[in-house]
Design a protein around this ligand. Structure first.
Ligand code: UDP
Ligand code: MG
Length: 322
């Protein structure tokens, strides 16, 4: 029997864990696969860990990875992926928004030869206007400035084959935007549309700050465009400076130099603009240098506090790396 690993990150989800688990098992129990359910507790401050532990006592398919603090959704997903042993690996949110009923269809597509089964959110009309419009705008911009195509409305609800997983784990970068990284890898993929269900309980754990960080990780790790915007603007200003020099010189050549205004205001103007451009450019360079700095340090993306992989399960080889 083929094995399927489910990787589910949770952050302060004590109010949904049990209901989600019930929904999940109702969908997967009838399927003819050997399931491994890996919950990643991303440094929850509430009772999520206790709830998970009590579930793990009843179900030996359950594994819990507890991170030492909140590392964020993408890092939590990576922690689960590194510990997944299945022939197929499915990542999904643990708040019920990613319907477990879709797993059957995902597995059928995987069996028919697809290496990646992506899902795409179809507008349910219930998402907030803010989330919808920022997400739409973000993907349009990202696809314009990056060479890797990222699916608009793509969710981190997807199935990948063992082979894709191995390749993904071979990308040791610190800033992770999994949607982009998986698109970058290639392989045979298919898109499965779905309507997001409402959250089972609780609030979204994706704060504005976390959304912004994800967007910046995506832009700065997948595109060098911001660097070129700064450079292009800089070039335009160099040309302006050249034209200004020619203009001023023409007064001197034609002997009308006495007509030239003292020029203090234009000088100040140019100075401020040039300084502004330089600052923007330096800012972009700073961001990339920051990214390089973090990559060079080769810091782990997450730190595991405790690991329980269900009874009778072998520890993964990923262990030594952590
Ligand atoms: N999550 C996480 N760490 C975080 C934020 C979120 O592990 O720092 C988990 C969260 O518990 C949920 C999933 O990631 O299972 C998606 O988060 P959420 O539902 O809050 O995001 P939204 O659906 O609102 O975009
Ligand atoms: Mg959610």
């Amino acid at each position: 029997m083929k094995t399927v690993s489910l990787v589910i990150p949770l952050y302060n989800e004590e109010s949904v864990v049990e209901r989600f688990y019930a929904e999940l098992t109702a969908s997967i129990d009838p399927l003819g696969y050997d399931f491994e359910i890996i919950f990643v507790n991303d440094g929850s401050k509430d009772g999520t860990q206790l709830k998970l532990e009590s579930l793990a006592r009843q179900d030996e398919r359950l594994g819990i990875i507890e991170l030492s603090r909140n590392f964020g959704h993408q890092a939590a997903l990576c922690a689960g992926l590194e510990n997944a042993n299945g022939d197929f690996v499915i990542t999904m949110d643990g708040d019920g928004q990613h319907p477990p009923t879709l797993i059957t269809e995902m597995l059928a597509l995987a069996e028919s030869g697809y290496d990646i089964v992506m899902t795409q959110r179809v507008d349910s009309g219930k998402e907030s206007w803010f989330k919808r419009s920022t997400s739409g705008l973000f993907y349009r911009l990202l696809n314009k400035i990056s060479d890797t195509n990222t699916l608009p409305g793509g969710a981190d609800f997807r199935l990948i084959s063992r082979q894709v997983l191995e390749n993904l784990l071979g990308m040791p970068e610190y800033h992770r935007f999994l949607r982009g990284m998986i698109s970058w890898l290639g392989f045979r993929s298919v898109i499965l549309p779905f309507t997001t269900a409402p959250r089972l309980a609780g609030e979204s754990k994706y704060s504005l700050k976390k959304m912004f960080r994800l967007a910046s990780d995506a832009v700065f790790s997948f595109s060098l465009a911001p660097l070129y915007i700064g450079m292009s603007v800089g070039v335009v200003f160099l040309f302006l400076a050249l034209f200004e020099a020619i203009y001023v010189l023409s007064f001197w050549v034609s002997g009308r130099s006495h007509l030239l205004a003292p020029g203090w205001s234009s000088l100040m103007f140019m100075l401020l603009i040039v300084a502004g451009v330089l600052m923007i450019l330096l800012g972009f360079i700073g961001v990339y240098v920051g990214y390089i700095f973090q990559e060079v340090k080769n810091r782990p993306v997450f730190v595991i506090k405790s690991k329980y992989l269900g009874s009778g399960k072998v520890e993964t080889e990923g262990e030594e790396e952590i």
